[in-house]
Design a binder for this molecule. Structure first.
Ligand SMILES: Nc1ncnc2c1ncn2[C@@H]1O[C@H](COP(=O)(O)OP(=O)(O)OP(=O)(O)O)[C@@H](O)[C@H]1O
Length: 311
């Protein structure tokens, strides 16, 4: 049985369609990545799955049961780590977890035990009695995760859980996601960080304008774009680079600059390397190195949506 099933789900805000007739199945044991640019519809989708937002049309099932007909069952089996940290500053770490786990019906000694386990799990056991105001951003995130997992949901949704945190907390969170998955949680993970999705997720859906435009394993997705090659040109002084003039070269689909590197996406069939080099040299751009990259998820995303994830 699938842990999650979306059937033709649509969400409108007045006339605006944020999620457009989306269908999706997620099986037990997956870490499922939702990848999309700002405004693609990821949070709206996730919030409907977590029963925080009403569905306009269509149906969502958790473990085979409709979330609108079995509200309590859906709530008990889903945990969400929201994009914006949601914890109470005037409650201690342990009281915060107790409050959220209590909402799911946990009581007494079981509640106490689960609170301790959740604190231990996120590496905050020694901060049980501390108030979040003394916490770093990363520690608050970890507490937020503890609040979402104490009731042991079968499906855990994490909405960009590593945004704006220190590297140590980020590493801790990524390891926690893997560990939670190993001990039986199915996970939906959204992120702007392609490397995270590539490293963590078993399956990935690319969302654009409220629709899933591609889904599958990393390998499946990469095999979709056999017609594009990616060239990285490292230059000494990127100020002199004019991407528009590179885009005018035959076969070039897109050129952009990140730091000292010009990333050029181009038709595999067309030999244009000489022209690219000539164009740069003519503009007196000094080239430090050239490298053709194997297709990665970023290339897939860009090719399918025509935009960068962080546009
Ligand atoms: N309450 C709302 N009222 C009106 N429009 C909304 C509302 N919530 C979201 N939207 C719109 O729906 C679209 C999808 O938003 P959503 O937050 O789901 O995107 P997202 O993929 O999660 O983006 P981000 O990565 O920025 O969180 C956006 O255009 C957004 O402006």
């Amino acid at each position: 049985m699938n842990v999650l099933e979306l059937r033709n789900v649509t969400r409108k805000f007045n006339d605006f369609i944020a999620v457009d007739n989306m269908s999706l199945s997620i099986q037990k044991g997956e870490i499922f990545g939702l990848l999309g640019a700002n405004g693609a519809g990821k949070s709206t989708t996730i919030n409907m799955i977590a029963s925080l937002l009403q569905i306009t049309e269509g149906e969502i099932e958790i473990l085979g049961k409709s979330i609108t007909k079995h509200r309590k069952f859906a709530k008990m089996n889903v945990g969400i780590v929201p994009q914006d940290i949601a914890i109470y500053e005037n409650l201690t770490a342990s009281e915060n977890i107790k409050f959220f786990a209590g909402l799911y019906g946990l009581r007494g000694s079981l509640l106490k035990q689960r609170v301790e386990e959740a604190l231990e799990f996120v590496g905050l056991a020694d901060k049980a009695k501390s108030f979040p105001k003394s916490f770093s951003g990363g520690m608050k995130r970890r507490l937020n995760i503890a609040c979402a997992i104490a009731h042991r949901p079968k499906l855990l949704i994490m909405d960009e859980p590593t945004v704006g945190i220190d590297p140590q907390s980020r590493k801790h969170i990524l390891e926690s996601v893997k560990k939670l998955n190993e001990i039986g949680s199915t996970i939906i993970y959204t992120s702007h960080y392609m490397e995270e999705v590539e490293a963590l997720c078993t399956n990935i859906a690319i969302v654009d304008h409220g629709k899933i435009i591609a889904k599958g394993s990393k390998e499946n997705l990469k095999s979709l774009i056999t017609d594009v090659k990616e060239l990285w040109v490292e230059v000494k002084d990127p100020l002199y680079v004019n991407c528009e003039s590179i885009e005018e070269i035959g076969g070039v689909k897109r050129a952009s600059i990140e730091g000292n590197i010009i990333k050029i996406y181009s038709d595999v069939e067309i030999q244009n390397l000489n022209k690219i080099i000539q164009t740069l040299l003519k503009a007196e751009v000094e080239i430090s190195s050239l490298e053709e990259k194997a297709p990665n998820l970023e290339t897939v995303f860009l090719t399918l949506t025509g935009r960068n994830l962080r546009d």
